[in-house]
Design a protein around this ligand. Structure first.
Ligand SMILES: NC(=O)c1ccc[n+]([C@@H]2O[C@H](COP(=O)([O-])OP(=O)(O)OC[C@H]3O[C@@H](n4cnc5c(N)ncnc54)[C@H](O)[C@@H]3O)[C@@H](O)[C@H]2O)c1
Length: 330
């Protein structure tokens, strides 16, 4: 879709980056050639291989980057995900190939944390329902609930979980959290109580997920765990779709096992139009936009460009998620 079709230094698949933008200018200013392809995964195999063959660095969005793709890129020296989740990249294959996989750590922390509150307030004050009613001509004054005094359960007290907990304090919420690597110093400085997973689920009025998707967290929030939650509690997921069993969430909301859910991320994205998540009262869905502010995207793009420029000039990569890439070159 842009400059060159056969030869370039940097392949950019992040959909919010485009030819001529700030990131493109940074890379070109460093003497690098770029190619933008936001639909790499959808390209025919031969076209994908041609694109990857000359690629020396990749700035990657959330689309899958497979072992096959990586094998087609023998000149690849760095992959930077413009975000912090890297479940879309076959990291083991990159490690084998000696390629560092990097993230733009911290760039969208505040954006995601603020979206959690947009979702919680949206559900608590029934904003989407109110707007829909009003547009349909119904002046109906629905009763909401307050965040103040409610208990917020944070699963995953990492970078984003901590930002959420910090904002929650301003709303007067009580924060409890579960994290296998619990940061006691942060928790005590911010008045956060430590609890086990099941206890967080059973005590919280709002449960928010901020952990990574991997084999250990897939379907962590399943029917049994949803049954532990209060029947008016709200589940908020801005982490990754596979962490919750979506069918179980639909059943739990329909049956009144939980009060509702607000989801930004899904097992399958884009979410199919016929998904019951879009047609179940009590469930809100947004289009994986928790991290999508202009501030976060700007910072993420600049961090990715700086990392690529440095590595292609012989420097060390920053924010590497697979430090073993140095040893495991096959
Ligand atoms: N929706 C979006 O637009 C968006 C944007 C950015 C990040 N994310 C997602 O947010 C998530 C968290 O990002 P982060 O930057 O805070 O990561 P982080 O690494 O700073 O924090 C993750 C935390 O989860 C903890 N953890 C690991 N396993 C756990 C378990 N089983 N139970 C509870 N906690 C566990 C870790 O110890 C760590 O403290 C990632 O999944 C990422 O993909 C989504």
């Amino acid at each position: 879709m842009s400059e060159s079709t056969t030869s370039h230094d940097v392949l950019i698949t992040t959909a919010f980056l485009s030819p001529g933008d700030e990131v493109d200018a940074l890379l070109r200013g460093a003497g690098l050639t770029t190619h933008h392809e936001p639909n790499l995964a959808a390209l025919p195999e031969a076209e994908r291989r041609t694109l990857l063959a000359s690629t020396r660095a990749m700035i990657a969005g959330t689309q899958p980057l497979t072992a096959n793709d990586l094998a087609s890129a023998p000149n690849l020296q760095i992959v930077v995900r413009t975000g912090v989740g890297y479940d879309s990249v076959d990291v083991a294959a990159a490690t084998n190939q000696g390629v560092p996989v990097c993230i733009t750590a911290g760039a969208n922390r505040q954006a995601v944390a603020e979206h959690v509150f947009a979702l919680m307030l949206g559900v608590a004050r029934r904003v989407p329902e109110n707007i829909t009613n009003l547009r349909a001509g119904h002046w109906q004054q629905l009763t909401g609930r307050e965040l103040r005094g409610a208990t917020l359960g944070v699963l995953g007290l990492g970078s984003i979980g901590k930002a959420v907990a910090t904002i929650a304090a301003g709303f007067g919420m009580n924060v409890i959290a579960y994290d296998p690597y619990f940061d006691e110093a942060f928790a005590s400085a911010h008045n956060i109580s430590r609890a086990e997973l099941d206890e967080v689920l059973s005590r919280a009025d709002f449960v928010t997920l901020h952990l990574f998707l991997d084999d250990s967290t897939r379907n962590l929030i399943n029917a049994e765990r949803l049954a532990l939650m209060k029947n008016d509690a709200i589940l908020v997921n801005t982490a990754r779709g596979g962490i919750v069993d979506e069918a179980a969430v639909v059943d739990a909301v329909r049956a009144g096992v939980i009060g509702g859910a607000a989801l930004d991320v899904f097992e399958q994205e884009p979410l199919p139009a016929e998904s019951p998540l879009l047609h179940t009262p009590g469930i809100l869905a947004t289009t994986h936009v928790a991290g999508a502010t202009r501030e976060a995207r700007g910072e993420s793009g600049r961090m990715a460009a700086d990392n690529v420029i440095s590595v292609l000039a012989g420097g060390d990569p920053q924010f590497v998620v697979n430090p073993a890439y140095r040893e495991d070159v096959a």
